[in-house]
Design a protein around this ligand. Structure first.
Ligand SMILES: [Zn+2]
Length: 121
């Protein structure tokens, strides 16, 4: 009985630790479309374009291509409007207000297949 209690305490501790790690590692990203002008104004952001290469069979990512697209400065509502328009042409757009980064996500099917998906064919 004592052993059982001790063991579950250890398990709970592990769960607690892993929840905390997830919480710490959780990116502070927010959808660009949920970010107001007031939060972005008078700031300079680095734009990063991310293309997720998806498997032809399962549709899940095989690899990711990341490319910096320079910086974007938001001075007025016109800049903000241009940024939203830019975000709208991508799959999704996210902002990290602390790190001053904006990510634009897209996907591509380059004709690759996961080795494990190839085995299933
Ligand atoms: Zn696959």
């Amino acid at each position: 009985m004592a052993f059982y209690i001790e063991r579950s305490l250890v398990e709970y501790t592990l769960i607690y630790v892993s929840l905390r790690i997830n919480w710490i590692d959780r990116p502070l990203n927010k959808s660009l479309f949920e970010t107001g002008f007031e939060e972005l104004k008078e700031k300079i952001f680095e734009s990063i374009h991310i293309v997720e290469m998806l498997c032809e069979v399962c549709g899940k990512p095989i690899s990711v291509k990341e490319k910096s697209r320079g910086t974007t400065r938001i001075l007025d509502r016109n800049d903000y409007g241009r940024l939203l328009n830019k975000g709208a042409i991508h799959d999704r757009a996210e902002v990290d207000l602390e790190k001053r980064k904006i990510w634009f996500y897209d996907h591509d099917f380059p004709g690759d297949i996961h080795p494990e998906c190839l085995e299933k064919l």
